[in-house]
Structure formats: C-alpha cells, structure tokens
Design a protein around this ligand. Structure first.
Ligand SMILES: [Zn+2]
Length: 196
C-alpha cells in the first residue's frame, strides 16, 4: 500500500471537515486561468495540458485488463508508468519531480472499478496523460480527477490545466496555490493526524 490515503475515513472525527476541504480543491477549475488577450490567434487543443507547479510522481500500480475498460477515448493499452501523488515539496527528489510547464496530452478518463482495491468504498476518477516533454517524454501518467483521495493528490490534479499562454505566466502558479491554501490549511492537518 502506498503512503497515501491518510485522510479520516467516513464516520471518523474530522471526516466532514476533511471532505469539505477536499471538495473545495475539487472545485478548482482545470480551465483556469481563463483566456485573455495573449490567446489571440493561438490554437487551443482541449487535450493539451500544462503543469502549473512541480508535481511529485511515483511509479504507479500495474493496471489490469478491466481497468482499460474504463480508459475511454484511446486505443492504447499500455500500462501507465507514473502516478501524480502531490505537489512537489523541497523534500521531493529530482527524479520524482515532473517540472512546471511540462506539457501533457490527455488520453482518457478512467474510473473507479479498478481503484477500489486502493481505496475501498469510494469512487475515484483519474485522467490518463501522455508526458510530452523532458526525460520522461513518452511515458504515461495518471492523475486523480475526483474522489475521496488525499488532498495533496487532489491538488496535484488541479495543477494540471489547459495549455495556453496565461498558464505559462508564473503568476498563474502563485494564484492557484493561493486559491488552494485555505482548503489545505483545514484539511492537511487531519490527514497528518490520521497517519499517526
Ligand atoms: Zn486561451
């Protein structure tokens, strides 16, 4: 089992507070930052995404055939190699870091039937991406889209946004992290408690 999923479980003290904080992260839009004058004449591919802040990634679990039944919109059936686990911190080693401004191509949405073995009883939806830049180019990454998964992983999913000029502005990173800060402040201490 991974080091993740340290949040309070349903019915435990702190669950309601944690869930509200997690949902606040959930509501941060991937279409943000919005288009502005810098977008004029620039083609926008809805499946091209950009990483707003460094992500910490780890080798992912092997997917079975059933998982691919949920990987819609793609004919690729090669196991993803990487999973996004949280926004990178100063402790994140270089080899586990997918840097800001790395481009991704969204290949498919996948959903919960497979992931139930990781997080019983709670739906988890993921997106599957191809990594387009850097030493890991060509590799495939899964990032959580929705579900009762740790707040850090949820935020990592919300650091993957539409690739267009406003997203390349360093202010976009700052603003996104500031948007997430209140929910992180409320929810992360509960995850630490649950891990003790
Ligand atoms: Zn735009």
């Amino acid at each position: 089992m991974s080091a993740r999923f340290k949040h309070p479980q349903y019915g435990e003290p702190g669950w309601d507070t944690w869930l509200a904080a997690r949902l606040d992260i959930e509501r941060l839009p991937v279409e943000w930052p919005a288009c502005d004058e810098r977008c004029s004449g620039v083609p926008h591919d809805p499946d091209l995404r950009l990483i707003l802040a460094d992500l910490e990634i780890e080798r992912t679990h092997r997917r079975g055939g059933e998982w691919w039944d949920y990987a819609r919109k793609t004919e690729i059936e090669r196991d993803p190699e990487w999973e996004s686990v949280r926004a990178a911190t100063t402790q994140t080693p270089a080899e586990a870091r997918l840097p800001r401004l790395t481009r991704l191509r969204r290949l498919a949405a996948t959903d919960r039937e497979w992931s139930v073995i990781l997080n019983p009883g709670t739906p988890v939806f993921e997106d599957l991406y191809e990594i387009l830049d850097g030493p890991l180019a060509g590799g495939m990454l899964v990032a959580v889209e929705f579900g009762a998964i740790d707040i850090g992983a949820g935020l990592a999913g919300k650091l993957i946004v539409q690739d267009h000029p406003p997203a390349r502005d360093p202010l976009a990173t700052e603003h996104r992290l500031a948007e997430a800060a209140p929910a992180l402040d409320r929810g992360l201490p509960l995850e630490k408690d649950a891990a003790d």
